[in-house]
Design a protein around this ligand. Sequence first.
Ligand SMILES: [Zn+2]
Length: 365
Amino acid sequence: MTERVVAAGRLVYDGEVLEPGWLRIVDGSVVDGGAGSAPAEPTHVVDGTVVPGYVDLHCHGGGGHDFADPDLDHVRAALAFHAARGNAATMLSLVTAPADLLLEQVRRLAPLVRDGAAPGIHLEGPWLSVARCGAQNPAAMRDPDPAEIDALLKAGRGTIAMVTIAPERTGALAAIERLVAAGVVVAVGHTDADYDTVRAAVDRGATVATHLFNGMRPFGHRDPGPVLALLDDPRVVVELIADGVHLDDRVVASVVAGVGTGRVALVSDAMAAAGMADGPYRLGALDVTVSGGVARLTGSETIAGSTAVVASLVERRLGLPRADEPSPTELLAAVAMSSTTPARVLGRSDLGVLRPGSSGSYAVL
Ligand SMILES: [Zn+2]
């Protein structure tokens, strides 16, 4: 048995901000906690604020490694990079690839999910819009073929947790039903669809917007498209890459004010270069150059994933560092969007909150 007793200046515990607070964690799970000073000698004293570990629904790698790397030690190193920055769970997102390669990648990553090293595999492609391909290979994008979907689900054996799909592709609505029936969270993204087509996808069971605004037909006042369809529907949680590069901070603030923190998930969409120096990297089969912390397809203006981690998005939202402490309301909002809401998307009641029985994974602000 390993026990740790954490004493924190501030602690977000079971939906409340305690000042100070304490937490007892046994074998990785919270056993008890509360306000005031710890009843036992603390093993860990934290000066800052302890919050539930972050849940990143959309991440391609970090620390110099991509989740598509054939060497699982490199994949583990990328997961460890994000865990060291406060993630309790980091999705293994894979970009568009030819069918054989994608199957191979899913087979390789599935054991990591079964071991609990990651909450699931996220297929961001190949069933996406060529017109909204972003930093993915349009030549490998295709219509969702039921046989390919079945082969991937079989290869994953329950480890494919999320699929991003463009609902205007031929066969997409049937594919959404098939995936939802298999327990997969379906996200709408990299799409050129109109409002009604996106609404139809949500009616079939899609519940997430893959990085809202990025990689989709922009909002138009006579053509509201995916952006408004996804914001309008209370069944949808919207991912936001709130790094100040992919989205203007005022757009993030407006979305949060409009739909509430229960419908927003802050995602990193991090690629291998997260946490690394500027220079050349790979995203899937494409070359990426990172300059000034911004990743772009080499020789192009197209943004290619981020170099963010969820912790940096939370710090940006809270304006950290700053002279005064964030208010309890601000803190709880940040916890909701970085942890509680994305955990709910995954159906993980053990994540997103610190309380007896939950995961003891925490982050420090
Ligand atoms: Zn992505």
